[in-house]
Design a protein around this ligand. Structure first.
Ligand SMILES: O=C(CO)[C@H](O)[C@H](O)COP(=O)(O)O
Length: 221
C-alpha cells in the first residue's frame, strides 16, 4: 500500500495560509484540524477556513475533533473535502454518517482517541476508507508520539488484511523522522505531521525524507 504524507496546518502561519499550503505542495493532501473546544480543549477554525483550503492546490483531509459530527460533517463533504474524518467517541450513528459522506462524494474516515479500543470497530471496517489512530491525545500539536498505540495499529492492519479490505491507516501526532518508521512497521500508511514539517526550513525536503523513511520501513524500497 502506498505511503502518503499529509502535513497538518494546525500550527502554520494562518495569516499566510495560501503560501503556507503552497509550501507543502509535494504532499499527498493537506490535513486540516477542526476543533470545537468541547470534544477537545482547543478551538481552531470551521468551515469558511476549510473552504479556502479546498480552493488551494491539494486535496483536503478534514479531521473533525467535534461533538455531534452527525450534524456537522456532511457540510465538509459538500464543501469539497476529499476525506472527512470524524471521531467514534463523538458520533451517534457512525455507519449512517459514513454512508452519507460517501453519498456526498467524500472518503469516510473514523478516528479513535488513544484510550479507545479498536475491537468495536473491527466489524465496521468495510464501511470506511481510512481509520485514524491518534498517536497523541487530540487537541494540540507538538506532543510526543505515544508508542503504546503501536499495538493498536498492528491489530487494525491485521484485521484489514484478514478481511481482504482496502482501508488505509492514518496516524496523527508526534510523527517525525524519529517515529515514522515505527508507525510504518506497525502498519500505518498515511502519516500526518505538523511540527516536523512546518518547523523545517525545507518543507519539501522534510516531506521527501518522511516518505522515504516510511517506504523503507515497510519494505517498498
Ligand atoms: O490532530 C492534531 C492534534 O490533535 C494534529 O494534527 C497533530 O498533533 C499534528 O501535530 P504534530 O505533528 O505537531 O504532533
Amino acid at each position: 500500500m502506498e505511503n502518503r504524507i499529509h502535513p497538518s496546518i494546525l500550527n502554520c502561519d494562518i495569516s499566510a495560509l495560501g503560501s503556507e499550503v503552497a509550501s507543502i505542495s509535494s504532499a499527498d493532501a493537506v490535513h486540516v484540524d477542526v476543533m470545537d473546544n468541547h470534544f477537545v480543549p482547543n478551538l481552531s477554525w470551521g468551515l469558511p477556513v476549510v473552504e479556502s483550503v479546498v480552493a488551494g492546490p491539494l486535496p483536503v483531509d478534514a479531521h473533525l475533533m467535534m461533538m455531534d459530527p452527525d450534524r456537522w460533517a456532511p457540510a465538509y463533504a459538500e464543501a469539497g473535502c476529499a476525506s472527512v474524518t470524524f471521531h467514534l467517541e463523538a458520533a451517534h450513528a457512525p455507519v449512517r454518517l459514513a454512508r452519507e459522506l460517501h453519498r456526498l462524494g467524500a472518503r469516510a474516515c473514523l478516528a479513535l482517541k488513544p484510550a479507545t479500543d479498536i475491537a468495536p470497530v473491527i466489524d465496521l471496517l468495510s464501511e470506511f476508507d481510512m481509520i485514524l489512530i491518534m498517536t497523541v491525545e487530540p487537541g494540540f500539536g507538538g506532543q510526543p508520539f505515544l508508542d503504546n498505540q503501536l499495538a493498536k495499529i498492528a491489530r487494525t492492519r491485521r484485521a484489514i488484511s484478514e478481511a481482504n479490505l482496502d482501508v488505509a491507516i492514518q496516524v496523527d501526532g508526534g510523527i517525525s523522522r524519529e517515529t515514522i518508521e515505527r508507525a510504518s512497521e506497525a502498519g500505518a500508511n498515511v502519516f500526518v505531521a505538523g511540527s516536523a514539517i512546518f518547523r523545517s526550513p525545507d518543507r519539501a525536503g522534510e516531506i521527501a525524507a518522511l516518505r522515504s523513511l516510511a517506504d523503507h520501513a515497510c519494505g517498498i524500497r
